[in-house]
Design a protein around this ligand. Structure first.
Ligand code: ADP
Ligand code: MG
Length: 376
């Protein structure tokens, strides 16, 4: 799919942006703090996912604006659609979000329409940082291809918080143990489902990633990526056909067996909220041993694999957003990334023009200055 029109007004420092992006490569070029990332963020907003830089609602409308209004048209092989995301001061809770003119209950209802894969400099730490980054990556990726997944994750997170409060109050002699059972039956059902979905996703991702990595490393290194469960042992998820029977029972058992320790610790120690995605290069743990360059390659490849899986599942390429990433890479990695996304629409931000592609043939450059597109 690709974006055919984008207009943005009053989102952060952006004013009167009105562009018709190129089907392939689009470059947002400009000095620091001019609004390049904001523009990427305005596209991302329309994907229905939470802000990748954690922008609060009240910071979305520009300081000297009363209204923010983002309109975006995008096209896939079937049709062209229109997304609108608007809100006005002071009622920022009342967002006006619509798809093809039909008002939606919440921005999250946009999820699954405009599919984007984003790379930010922070993402280059994906294989290095804490497990919650990799869980977030996996959850977002699964949600992109499974409509109902997000709701389960949200419910699981709420329940785990409630269970943890109960554990603490039992520890203080107030709460009742019997109440745990009610939570645990529900947690086991959801936990088994999440484990299986994530495991299957990572299995597929691992296959794409292995191939890409052997290419980027010139066949010298082998990358293995796997899902590491705190509940299930080796092979248990691989062989499962369904989350409802054995997997659910094992999850419940793990929760039950952990109750004493959980009460002592004051939180639930086993479960999908503590799982991880483990990467190895030639058998060695990436998180512990890899060089900076290897981390970058692994992170890039995980994201590229995410884009390929989307294409496989929805039969359409996602839109790629590269925020300040190319400039962080050496020329060979730059070339590699560009070569892998040349079939997709890409938005790239940068400060200088050292981009390894030919503008006239493949794309458009937009110069951004103080939140506006500068006329050439
Ligand atoms: N709510 C807001 N209202 C007005 N300006 C904002 C708001 N939030 C952020 N900004 C401004 O946006 C600019 C940063 O834009 P950004 O897109 O991150 O820049 P860059 O071009 O470096 O990627 C800063 O000047 C910041 O002050
Ligand atoms: Mg930026």
């Amino acid at each position: 799919m690709f974006i055919t029109e984008l207009s943005v007004n009053g989102f952060k420092n952006l004013k009167e942006i009105d562009i018709k992006p190129h089907e392939k490569i689009n470059i947002f070029c400009g000095q620091n703090a001019q609004g390049k990332t904001n523009l990427i963020e305005s596209i991302w907003l329309c994907s229905g996912a939470r802000s990748f830089r954690g922008t609060k609602d009240k910071r979305m409308i520009g300081d000297d604006a009363q209204v923010m209004d983002v309109r975006l048209r995008f096209k896939n092989s079937f049709r062209e659609q229109e997304i609108r995301y608007a809100m006005a001061k002071p009622n920022i809770k009342e967002k006006n979000v619509s798809l093809n003119g039909v008002k939606l209950k919440a921005p999250s209802k946009l999820f699954g329409e405009l599919n984007c894969v984003i790379f930010t400099p922070e993402d280059l730490e994906l294989s290095k940082g804490s497990p919650d980054k990799r869980r977030q990556f996996t959850d977002l990726s699964v949600a992109q291809i499974r409509n109902s997944y997000n709701a389960v994750i949200e419910k699981y997170e709420k329940l785990i918080d409630q269970r943890n409060s109960l554990l603490k109050s039992i520890n203080w002699g107030k709460g009742r143990r019997e109440e745990l059972e009610v939570w645990d039956v529900q947690l086991a059902q959801m936990g088994a489902y999440i484990s299986l979905m994530r495991h299957k996703y990572i299995e597929k991702l691992g296959r794409y990633a292995k191939e890409l990595y052997s290419e980027i490393s010139g066949d010298r290194e082998v990358l293995d990526i796997g899902y590491l469960s705190t509940v299930y042992g080796r092979g248990e998820l691989e062989n499962a056909v369904d989350y409802k029977e054995e997997l659910r029972e094992k999850y419940l058992e793990a929760l039950k067996n952990g109750i004493e320790e959980d009460i002592r610790a004051g939180f639930t120690q086993k479960g999908v909220h503590r799982d991880d995605v483990v990467c190895r290069i030639n058998g060695n743990l990436v998180r512990e041993d890899a060089s900076q360059g290897q981390h970058r390659s692994v992170a890039l490849i995980m994201k590229l694999s995410q884009a390929y899986i989307l294409n496989e599942e929805i039969d359409d390429y996602p839109v790629i957003l590269l925020d300040d990433v190319l400039s962080e890479l050496d020329p060979s990695r730059q070339k590699f990334v560009i070569s892998k996304i040349h079939d997709m629409q890409v938005f790239i931000t940068c400060c200088d023009m050292n981009i390894p592609f030919d503008e006239k043939q493949h794309g458009k450059i937009f110069n951004i200055d103080k939140g506006q597109i500068k006329k050439k």
